[in-house]
Write a protein that binds this ligand. Structure first.
Ligand code: ATP
Ligand code: MG
Length: 453
């Protein structure tokens, strides 16, 4: 700040000095013009009197000392009545004025420290220079004024600085306290505590940040719940067949005299339970793989018709066993970008469900078409047991089965539709269903022809 003030001080002084210089040069010219006609006769008492009155009046007006000098540089009139008769040719400005030039320069008098402006203007008559008007003006009162102004400015700036500092400190506290709250909150979240929410005040950027953190914590809560639920479901699903195997083994071990037929039956049951376990583990691994971040998907341009036909071919024996009519309807060959293995797995799960949940002699129709906006549409329609309206929204949840009791008989894990939905989402598509109890169910898959990668 002091650097800035000294810079301001210097430039103000320079401005003021150049203004006084201009003023003095013009005042000097006015005096020179006024004295010009009578200057030659200054030795005459009346003329001297006349000139003295005139110059003293001017000198009072401009608050300066005025000298008139003749061609030899001798003072012929001094408004302070002290220097008459003295030679002043050694003063640079007077020397130059005698040559016809007008000059004005600022000096600092070494003995008194006073700042004085010397201004010299030649007095001309028709033949040339006849004398000089010399004005000596003190610049100290102006410099004092500037110094006073600067001092006030400095005091005001200091007060301003103090006020700004106090306000800044107060604001810093107001701003930093919510940020400290957020920091504590994020630390809690990092430690695993995400059931609390941060209080949102107002609707500024900080409030937006709080809202964003609250949403993040809510999401973490949800993910944590899902993880807990998944682990508990997996344990439950694994324990059930294990418990059956254990009972069957213990029964066999309890006696040494079982007939061979009983052994065979029990071992057959154990085999079934082990198969169930195998299926469950396979499905679980498949699902977990699909959710991997670094999952490899091999998109290839593929005729969807062949994928559907392939799945139908694999499932035909199962359908025939139940005397189900399984038909494929397609008017055209449709190409799309797809991971063949995954799309087939998805179709296998959905058409497999249609077979599983349709009583004997029912019908299953698979339709392949394009919609108006160029999406591939696959519909799987059955005449099966249907799904109650209030259960429809849950069928894609992991381990969800509409009828738990029946599931044990039919052998479902409740993972097939989760896997199918995950695959469709990986292909940027959607899957939905409509169903009527005892009438049947229709699953509709919508897939973009071209993947946006
Ligand atoms: N076509 C359908 N008709 C009637 N109910 C169905 C149909 N498809 C699915 N569901 C119901 O939705 C539930 C979830 O299906 P999902 O395929 O996920 O599991 P699942 O068939 O029981 O077991 P799996 O993991 O072996 O496929 C099923 O248990 C069944 O109750
Ligand atoms: Mg299924």
């Amino acid at each position: 700040m002091s650097l800035m003030l000294s810079f301001v001080n210097e430039s103000l002084k320079m401005d003021a000095v150049s203004e006084i210089k201009v003023n003095m040069l013009s005042q000097g010219s006015i005096i020179a013009d006024q004295v010009e006609n009578v200057f030659e006769g200054i030795s005459n008492e009346y003329t001297y009197q006349y000139l003295e009155n005139l110059v003293k009046r001017q000198s009072l007006e401009i608050n300066s000392r005025v000298l008139l000098l003749n061609l030899d540089g001798i003072v012929v009139l001094d408004t302070h009545d002290e220097l008459e008769g003295k030679n002043y040719t050694h003063i640079l400005e007077i020397e130059d004025a005698l040559q016809g030039a007008s000059l004005s320069e600022l000096y600092k008098i070494a003995s008194s420290g006073e700042n004085v402006l010397y201004t010299a203007i030649p007095i001309f008559d028709r033949d040339g220079v006849i004398g000089v008007v010399f004005i000596s003006t003190s610049a100290d009162h102006i410099f004092d004024k500037i110094n006073r102004t600067l001092r006030s400015l400095m005091i005001l700036s200091l007060i301003g600085l103090i006020i700004t500092g106090v306000i800044g400190f107060a604001f810093a506290d107001i701003l930093s306290s919510p940020i400290e709250n957020i920091t504590d909150y994020v630390r809690d979240i990092t430690k695993g505590v995400h059931d609390q929410r941060i209080q949102v005040v107002g609707n500024d950027e900080i409030a937006n940040l709080c809202n964003a953190f609250n949403s993040m914590a809510a999401k973490l809560d949800q993910v944590d719940d899902q993880r807990r639920m998944f682990v508990s479901n997996v344990s439950h699903e694994l324990r059930t067949p294990m418990a059956s195997v254990k009972i069957l083994c213990e029964s066999l071990l309890a006696s040494e005299h079982w007939e061979e037929g009983v052994y065979r039956e029990f071992l057959g049951d154990i085999n079934d339970e082990v198969n169930r376990l195998n299926n469950l583990i396979d499905s679980l691994l498949y699902l977990v793989n699909l959710e991997k971040k670094e999952l490899e998907i091999n998109y290839e341009v593929t005729y969807v018709n062949y994928l559907v036909l392939n799945v139908i071919k694999r499932l035909k024996p199962l359908a025939s066993k139940k005397h189900l009519e399984l038909k494929f309807h397609a008017h055209e060959k449709i190409q799309m970008d797809a991971d063949r293995e995954k799309i087939q797995q998805c179709l296998f799960n959905i058409i497999g469900n249609a077979i599983k949940y349709t009583p004997e002699r029912g019908m299953i129709d698979v339709y392949l078409s394009m919609d108006k906006v160029g999406n591939v549409i696959i519909k799987v329609q059955d005449t099966g047991i249907g799904i109650p309206k209030d259960r429809i929204e849950h069928v894609f949840d992991r381990f969800y089965r509409v009828d738990e009791a029946r599931a044990r008989k039919t052998g479902g894990n409740g993972l097939g539709l989760s896997i199918a939905q995950q695959i469709i989402h990986l292909h940027q598509g959607t899957i939905s269903l409509e169903s009527e109890v005892d009438q049947g169910t229709t699953f509709t898959i919508q897939l973009p022809q071209k993947m946006i990668i």
